[in-house]
Design a protein around this ligand. Structure first.
Ligand code: F6P
Length: 347
């Protein structure tokens, strides 16, 4: 069997661990051949490939990023239509001329949404979930999340000391487009004064009260905010960014807006640190390497068994398979009761 592999969407620590597990197991256990597609869906769309054999995956387990490259190319978008063929038709055409029998697509909701459409159009696809945001509904955890949380926690630990020395508020902006998992976990682990997440529109007045309270205790406040957090209606104006190929707003900047407002309202200095892509970079934690490896092993088993149209997922400690169509149905957001656990420590 000839298996194509691609990584789409934002890069994420652990992608290389999946690729390595897929290629090593597929070659050793089943004698599969592999072909790498470059830069997410752009690869199969344009027939852009690279060699992907056991030699190519040597030494990549601890490497961040993806040796295949990634992009947010959307074959379902109008821009992908060319020569009278839709994006999906071009992909099918390229897969068949390259002799690809099955495709392993590693990505988040957008990449897997395309994978699901391709499967419905008759392509043999297996999906592997990835996102540092941990917001895919069908799996308990995605690899990359643990690494991102640890990076953010370490940053908060370091920012505590400068906040103390200068008696200032430090606002730490972390990733999390629709879900506040990174903010919640990193904020809890780092002892944040308040955590702001997209699921719970915040009241800047209440945030300032927490801050004043923390200063009264002679302890400087750290505010952890997810990039997708939004103010409660009518409480604070918000600037927005441009839109990408999948229709998402490019986020980033809420931290600075909050710091400006805090400074204005409390009269005390407030500064911002935007962690941005630092959270997606560098070597994956042991947890993420193991989860990514187990996903890779299970994805190859699914391909070997001809169990296509599925995404591998973590349920408890087991790796299971769920239909691709269901995998991207619902986002996993932070439940009210999980946020309430963190609220105990606010102020
Ligand atoms: O989905 C993962 C993620 O890191 C989000 O948290 C973030 O909003 C987005 O990707 C940023 O993507 P890009 O690097 O393409 O700007």
């Amino acid at each position: 069997m000839r298996v194509g592999v691609l990584t789409g969407g934002g890069d994420c620590p652990g992608l290389n661990a999946v690729i390595r597990a897929v290629v090593r197991t597929g070659a050793a256990e089943h004698g599969f051949e592999f072909i790498g597609f470059r830069d997410g869906w752009r690869g199969p769309l344009e027939g852009d490939t690279m060699v992907l054999d056991v030699q190519a995956v040597r030494g990549i387990l601890p490497q961040g990023g993806t040796i295949l490259g990634s992009s947010r190319t959307n074959p379902l978008g109008e821009a992908a239509s060319a020569g009278g063929m839709s994006g999906l038709e071009r992909i099918k055409d390229n897969l068949s001329s390259l002799g690809v029998d099955a495709l392993i697509a590693i990505g988040g909701e957008d990449t897997l949404g395309v994978a699901s459409r391709l499967h419905a159009a008759g392509v043999n696809v297996v999906g592997v979930p990835k996102t540092i945001d941990n917001d895919l509904g069908a799996t308990d955890f995605t690899f990359g999340f643990d690494t991102a949380v640890n990076i953010a926690m370490e940053a908060i630990d370091r920012l505590h000391t400068t906040a103390e020395s200068h008696h200032r508020t430090l606002v730490v902006e972390v990733m999390g487009r629709h879900a506040g998992w990174i903010a919640l976990h990193a904020g809890l682990a780092g002892g944040a004064n308040v955590i702001l997440i997209p699921e719970r529109p915040f009241d800047i007045g209440a945030v300032c009260t927490y801050i004043e309270h923390r200063f009264q205790d002679h302890y400087a406040p750290i505010v952890v905010v997810a990039e997708g957090a939004i103010p409660a209606e009518g409480t604070m104006a918000l600037a927005t960014g441009e839109i990408d190929a999948f229709g998402h707003v490019r986020l980033g900047g809420i931290g600075q807006q909050i710091a400006d407002e805090i400074e204005k309202r409390t009269g005390k200095e407030a500064r911002t640190a935007v962690l941005g892509h630092i959270q997606r970079g560098g070597t994956p934690t042991a947890y993420d390497r193991v989860l990514a490896t187990r996903f890779g092993l299970q994805a190859i088993d699914a391909a070997h068994e001809g169990d296509f149209g599925k995404m591998v997922a973590l349920r408890g400690t087991e790796i299971i398979r769920v239909p691709l169509a269901e995998a991207t149905d619902e986002l996993k957001v932070v439940p009210v009761e999980r946020y309430a656990e963190a609220e105990v420590f606010f102020g």
